[in-house]
Design a protein around this ligand. Structure first.
Ligand code: SAM
Length: 234
């Protein structure tokens, strides 16, 4: 996806890019490729592919929520910053928290944040299930792309969401996963408000964005320890 096409596709999503935002994305792309030579951040490095599969794909979260109306966003298992860091660039008013269990990715993210002079964004080196136990009901939006199967993802992400607010995982093609998550959806008191299934432009691979609304507090015993979640999924 060329930068011009990216800009047009974002317009279709209702996001108009300023020159500053375009330059920030360009710098982010350069840093991603540069650091990727020293550490494994992504398998995708060709510019058009990064703009399509990382930048555009991250932006598609706006298909299910108006981020202008939200204040705090947490990205679980953000890796090299997808979708959380891209969303911070596109919606500078957001207070963003990027969580990842791998410290070398956190070091990369810190470098991008500093280079782009982004404010009100922080990184957390932690496992999601530990972070969630200490930060219950703190965020308007919790999101996550390509991190874990839905039942486990729900267990450690939903406790972070404020009552009446949203957990929005970004997935591929997942009809089966939703069926296998009915028990966790019930236990964690969330309601699947909508699911947006679409194809990425140009290459037509399937994406599904789920929007869960948290109706009531989730039980304090969730999330359990990782070993327990793995042994005995909800
Ligand atoms: N979200 C990014 C993306 O879509 O490009 C990264 C996806 S990568 C496949 C999964 C990331 O989740 C890795 O960076 C890994 O360290 C992180 N991760 C996996 N399990 C985690 C957990 N329980 N807590 C925090 N981070 C986790």
């Amino acid at each position: 996806m060329t930068e011009d096409r990216f800009e047009k596709e974002l317009e279709l999503l209702g996001v108009l890019l300023s020159e500053t935002q375009k330059n920030q994305l360009e710098t982010y792309y350069k840093l991603l490729v540069e650091w990727n030579e020293k550490m494994n951040l992504t398998g995708i490095t060709e510019k058009g592919q990064v703009y399509l599969k990382h930048f555009y794909d991250s932006a598609t979260l706006v298909k299910v929520i108006d981020l202008k109306e939200e204040k705090t966003l947490c990205d679980i298992g953000t890796g090299a910053g997808f979708p959380g860091l891209v969303l911070k660039i596109l919606f500078p008013h957001l207070e963003v928290t990027l969580v990842d269990a791998l410290n070398k990715r956190i070091v990369f993210l810190e470098n991008v944040i500093e280079t782009l002079k982004l404010e009100n964004i922080k990184t957390v080196h932690a496992r999601a299930e530990e972070y969630a136990r200490e930060h219950r009901e703190k965020f308007d939006v919790v999101t996550s792309r390509a991190v874990a199967a839905l039942p486990m993802l729900l267990e450690y992400s939903v406790p972070l969401v404020k009552i009446g607010k949203y957990f929005i995982p970004m997935k591929g093609d997942i009809a089966q996963e939703i069926k296998g998550s009915e028990h966790s959806i019930k236990l964690l008191n969330v309601n699947l408000e909508c699911q947006e299934k679409f194809s990425l432009p140009l290459e037509n691979s399937t994406r599904t964005i789920l929007k869960f609304r948290k109706e009531r507090s989730s039980h304090v015993k969730y999330p359990r320890k990782f070993s327990e979640m793995k042994k005995n999924p909800l």
